[in-house]
Design a protein. Structure first.
Length: 283
């Protein structure tokens, strides 16, 4: 007895391959939010003072504690950051997603962050849309220095750098724009200045060359991208320009973090959550 081999039509083969590919991508998109990567960036600048060379800044943004990023994950994030032994920790805003009931539990966990020279933070749009006053109060209670349109000098011996921060501003939806002039009025030309802004779009509003490094988040790296090359939606008025990574403008260097949490859906695709590690160098 002969057994006949039945060949699948080419279109059916193709359909099976496409289905398997899409199913794999779909499953992976639910896994990726848990794959937090440590992204190391070396900032080499002649304005970095000798005593700050080699200092480590850990930057985390867009935690979005809520239904997609539970409290135990915030606690795990704190442990992970502390294991990096940072000199400075910077928080880029958007601490919760959804109910304001998540604010206090989030900062109860973030109070465990440890850095030799301090923990600093700004607010984001979700913090403004939620309960801004409770957010700021909870930040202060957690030992976080709130850079709400405020600046601080950090000193080691005779050397110093300035870290400044601005609240969430969006000139197309809110009246007024942040004026960082008062924050840097005592800055000399060769001082190293870090500015923290939740949105990277503020890079386009800078009217000074005194800011050496702008730390921002907000975009989630697009959250869902076409294999990391392009995102159908980026919450920026400048499209893909400030989606993720390092962008150099004629006035400053911008670092845009993918953040660690999610909004809208508990998925990411080729926009892995990040803990950003910045190493300062004089160069």
């Amino acid at each position: 007895m002969k057994i006949k081999k039945v060949k699948l039509p080419e279109i059916l083969k193709f359909s099976v391959i496409v289905f398997a590919f899409l199913a794999t991508c779909s499953i992976y998109s639910f896994i990726e939010p848990y794959l937090i990567e440590e992204q190391i960036t070396i900032i080499s600048d002649s304005d970095v003072p000798r005593n700050f060379t080699g200092k480590k800044i850990v930057f985390i943004s867009d935690i979005h504690h809520g239904q997609f990023f539970e409290r135990d994950r915030v606690a795990a994030l704190v442990r992970k950051v502390n294991e990096l032994d940072p000199d400075i920790i910077v928080l880029g805003g958007d601490y919760i997603y959804g109910s304001t009931a998540y604010i206090e539990p989030c900062f109860e966990e973030l109070s465990g962050l440890k850095a030799k020279m301090g923990v600093f933070g700004v607010t984001g749009n979700h913090d403004e849309w939620g309960d801004y006053n409770l957010t700021v109060t909870s930040m202060e209670k957690a030992g976080i220095i709130v850079l709400s349109d405020r600046a601080e000098w950090l000193e080691i011996g005779e050397d110093k750098i300035k870290i400044a921060g601005i609240d969430w501003h969006d000139s197309r939806h809110f009246s007024g724009e942040p004026d960082i002039g008062p924050l840097i009025m005592d800055v000399e030309e060769n001082d190293f200045v870090i500015l923290v802004s939740h949105t990277p779009d503020f890079a386009e509003e800078l009217r000074t060359g005194k800011v050496d490094l702008l730390l921002s988040g907000h975009t989630h790296g697009g959250q869902i991208t076409f294999f990391g090359f392009w995102a159908p939606y980026v919450p920026s008025y400048y499209g893909q320009k400030y989606r993720s990574g390092i962008v150099k403008t004629d006035r400053t260097t911008v670092l845009i973090s993918n953040g660690v949490g999610n909004t809208f859906l508990p998925i990411r695709f080729f926009a892995r959550p990040q803990i950003n590690i910045v190493i300062l160098e004089n160069g």
